[in-house]
Design a protein around this ligand. Structure first.
Ligand SMILES: *Cc1c(COP(=O)(O)O)cnc(C)c1O
Length: 260
């Protein structure tokens, strides 16, 4: 396992890879943001990355996200993003805690998120929930998770389901949809390219970058390929924090990839 003291240098190396990949793709480096995936890593690891300037962190499990959010409540501007599959019965626990949900994958989930976000933003700023226009900062930002290769074992909406989910999100007053998310099938980095390109093509069919600017795709092994295909959020765990510690009761990596 990586020691805490190595985290700043590893983080800097990942940022350099991102910058180089963006420039190679003819893109502005600021157009790609880094989500540090901290699942199974300790709050102390997050503190190290935060001290080195990182603000956005990805977690796969609602309970773990909540626990870490409580333990790190003293860090201003720290943002947790949910990047694991979200069950409808967990929505209540994540609304008001996560700054963004990357994994909206059903109409039922949209409706539950809308209901809970309406309740939470009403109490937070004392705004009547019947008010017509809810300002962007009072809305919960969402991405639609797409099972881009139609894998049996993976969660995420099928590409055919995505338009209806995006539309339902657009109609939800307390939610804001601004992009798509995917995890491509397991394989060498280069095999991910057509899947990343397919996600981008799906986004282009749904109104393009003006409507859906964010593409959450690319991890430690394939972030360069994802950036070449248009990623705006790359989600990097291992190359920042080291191999994930074994976690009781979890046999498989939540991405559907085997732990190394
Ligand atoms: C764990 C995880 C990552 C990070 O994967 P690494 O290979 O460790 O960089 C990215 N995205 C999702 C959805 C994950 O579950």
């Amino acid at each position: 396992m990586t020691s805490l003291s190595e985290i700043p240098a590893r983080l800097a190396a990942v940022k350099q890879r991102i910058e180089r990949a963006a420039l190679d793709a003819g893109r502005a480096p600021e157009s790609v943001r880094l989500l540090a995936v901290s699942k199974f890593h300790t709050p102390e690891s997050i503190r190290r990355a935060y001290a080195a300037g990182q603000r956005d962190f990805g977690e796969n499990y609602v309970q773990e996200l909540r626990d870490k959010s409580d333990l790190l409540a003293d860090l201003p501007d720290l943002r947790f993003h949910l990047i694991g599959h979200l069950q409808t019965n967990k929505v209540r626990q994540v609304v008001g805690v996560a700054s963004r949900i990357h994994t909206v994958d059903s109409l039922r989930l949209v409706d539950e998120l809308e209901k809970r976000q309406a309740q939470s933003s009403t109490t937070a700023v004392a705004r009547p929930s019947h008010e017509e226009h809810v300002p962007a900062e009072a809305r919960l930002r969402c991405l639609v998770a797409v099972n881009i290769a139609g894998e049996e074992t993976k969660s995420g909406a099928t590409p055919a389901e995505v338009p209806a989910i995006v539309e339902r999100l657009r109609q939800s007053k307390h939610l804001l949809v601004d992009g798509l998310f995917t995890v491509p099938p397991l394989g060498p980095a280069e095999t991910a390219r057509p899947h990343f390109e397919a996600l981008r093509a799906l986004r282009d069919e749904l109104g393009g970058a003006r409507e859906l600017p964010e593409l959450s795709m690319g991890m430690s092994a394939d972030l360069e390929v994802a950036i070449a295909a248009g990623a705006t959020w790359v989600r990097v765990g291992t190359d920042i924090f080291g191999a994930r510690p074994a976690h009781e009761g979890v046999q498989r990596d939540p991405t559907g990839r085997e732990e190394q």
